[in-house]
Design a binder for this molecule. Structure first.
Ligand code: XIL
Length: 371
């Protein structure tokens, strides 16, 4: 039903959205508020007008899901955090709770406590769950990285891990990020433990094993710096095309969307996503955030709003782009300051749960696409 709604509306909205995609038009576009001149419901720290619709209501009208990564500790401990997750989003991704080190910290011993809590929360709030992530080079427990296993043993370990985790959540996960960040920027495969020990075939194996464990979950390849058309996104495109020809069950491509206002926004994102539409796979923006070198000035805040819109518009203009997920919604729990020295303010709410102008920018785009 959702796709039907958007199919009917997105074409009409496309002209308006395309205008937003042109930077010079954006600056003077009607309704595109400058942060220094807040309009009703639109200032940098103002609350939306009481009649304002939530992001999830607007996204539903626009025919996509809007999601957030969820910090399991904050969800359990902080009522205002949990209230926003439930009210504003209709999809959730565990920020860390489904990663290998969280789920299987020692060999064969699984801990799903936090992930199960999020899945239950999502069910209670009418939200879908993106599973994240099964095969990655980061957040691996040391028993995996230092085990000195033979290729056959490690392949078996990977098979077991995928089968156990996907089976545990069978029927509860909408989209799984099966393989995460397997490529380098130049389009070669990352020299991870998986490539080193198992060779490039680990990617197809992972998708096959995940599909066996939950045939209904939509299986994604997920990466960063693949927003526009470049060596990395082309390598992903080529791999997905090849795998699908071979009958490997890869059904989606995730564009993480970790941006930084000091670099140009990916204005060719819709062209990139259109390639994947033609391959017959879904796409999604899976981890959007836009970081700023602190202290942020008004120009940087405006660039941030535009970067969020560039990502979202790319999705709204793409028939099979199903969802737009922000990597955390509040600056209070962002991964950015701990990872990128001197940078921050990357999210759509400030540390006090007040919506920022990026929130308004996203609302405007969703409203336009939903008309
Ligand atoms: C990050 C989390 O946000 C942090 O809390 C954690 O310490 C490291 O990982 N790409 C991904 C995500 O696919 O899983 C990462 O999440 C951010 C980059």
């Amino acid at each position: 039903m959702i796709k039907m709604t958007r199919a009917a509306t997105v074409g009409a909205a496309a002209a308006g959205l395309m205008a937003f995609l042109v930077p010079n038009v954006m600056a003077s576009a009607p309704g595109h508020e400058h942060p220094a001149a807040p309009a009703p419901g639109g200032g940098p720290h103002s609350k939306p007008a009481p009649s304002a619709q939530t992001l999830r209501a607007l996204a539903q009208q626009a025919g996509i899901r809007i999601g957030t990564a969820v910090n399991a500790d904050a969800l359990a401990a902080e009522a205002p955090y949990a209230a926003k997750v439930g009210a504003e989003f209709n999809s959730v991704t565990p920020e860390n709770a489904m990663k290998w080190d969280a789920v299987e910290p020692t060999r064969g011993t699984y801990n799903y406590t936090q992930a199960d809590q999020l899945v239950a929360y999502a069910k209670a709030h009418g939200q879908l769950v993106r599973g994240h992530t099964l095969v990655w080079h980061n957040q691996l427990p040391s028993w995996v990285t230092s085990g000195d296993f033979s290729a056959a043993e490690l392949r078996d370990i990977l098979h077991q891990h995928i089968t156990a985790e996907v089976t545990h959540f069978k029927g509860k996960i909408w989209q799984w990020d099966v393989v995460n960040e397997a490529f380098n920027e130049d389009g070669t495969l990352r020299d991870s433990i998986w490539l080193q020990k198992l060779g490039p075939g680990y990617i197809a194996d992972a998708f096959r094993w995940a599909h066996q464990a939950d045939p209904k979950a939509v299986l994604f390849y997920n990466d960063y710096n693949d927003d526009g058309i470049n060596a990395k996104s082309t390598a992903i495109y080529d791999l997905v095309a090849k795998l699908r020809k071979e009958g490997v069950p890869v059904q989606g491509v995730g564009i993480q969307g970790h941006l930084d206002v000091q670099y140009p926004a990916p204005h060719d994102i819709a062209d990139n996503l259109a390639r994947f539409d033609k391959l017959g796979v879904q796409t999604a923006i899976t981890e959007a955030d836009v970081r700023i070198t602190l202290p942020a000035d008004n120009t940087e805040v405006e660039a941030q709003n535009e970067a969020y819109q560039t990502l979202l518009e790319g999705c709204l203009l793409t028939r099979n782009c199903t969802d737009f997920t922000v990597w955390g919604f509040t600056d209070k729990y962002s991964w950015v300051p701990g990872t990128f020295s001197g940078e921050g303010q990357a999210n759509i709410y400030d540390e006090n749960y007040q919506p920022k102008t990026a929130y308004t920018a996203i609302s405007q785009d969703l409203r336009l696409a939903g008309r």
